[in-house]
Design a protein around this ligand. Structure first.
Ligand SMILES: *[C@@H]1O[C@H](CO)[C@@H](O)[C@H](O)[C@H]1NC(C)=O
Length: 189
């Protein structure tokens, strides 16, 4: 009966460990280079990518909170999109993404209870249209007066449209009845 002593198995272990390290190193170096190649190969995606807004760019939050006890559990967020800027579909999609995130961040601070209900009940989002910056600002003021989160996105202007234009206004999440008091008259995008 022969049993391997710990000393005899040591070189095997060393060899195995060296092989594993070499393979992992090769794998990670390979990944790094292939990522770089992918990024270079897609200039159009790079051009469409937009910088995200940081917390400091958020618009003011409503002073009061929506009293959720007064409403059922029918909640939604609306994304009001300017149609007078001639944005491409890709641009609109990116700006709506910004608006959703800005509303989420703002609501997390100012109205976490509303946010929780909305998240639990399907996170409805509805895209609507509006044809001027003035109308958009009016809607934002009305939403704030009802204690609804309202965040407008200012375009940085590196692509397609003039710097500083407001592109999309996100309102809510909030109870459908309340949000409809602000945007019930707008048409779907
Ligand atoms: C908004 O919040 C203020 C302050 O908490 C409150 O007095 C007011 O009734 C609220 N308005 C609505 C529409 O919920």
């Amino acid at each position: 009966m022969s049993r391997e002593s710990p000393l005899e198995s040591l070189p095997i272990l060393q060899l195995t460990a060296t092989t594993v390290v070499a393979l992992l190193t090769g794998f990670f170096i390979g990944q790094k280079f292939s990522n770089r190649k992918d990024a270079d190969a897609m200039p159009t995606q790079k051009a469409q990518a937009e910088e995200t807004d940081s917390d400091s760019d958020l618009d003011e939050a409503p002073v009061g909170k929506v009293d959720v006890k007064k409403y059922g559990d029918n909640f939604k967020m609306v994304l009001v999109v300017r149609t007078d800027l001639g944005m491409t579909k890709g641009k609109v999609a990116a700006q709506c993404g910004h608006a959703t995130l800005a509303c989420y961040k703002s609501a997390m601070k100012s109205n976490p209870e509303v946010l929780r209900i909305w998240e639990r009940t399907g996170q409805a989002k509805v895209a609507l249209k509006c044809d001027s910056e003035d109308k958009m600002l009016d809607l934002q003021a009305i939403a704030l007066s009802l204690n609804l989160t309202a965040q407008s996105i200012c375009d940085a202007g590196r692509t397609q449209i003039a710097a500083g234009s407001r592109t999309v206004l996100g309102i809510g999440p909030g109870p459908v009845e309340l949000v409809d008091q602000v945007t019930g008259h707008l048409k779907l995008l």
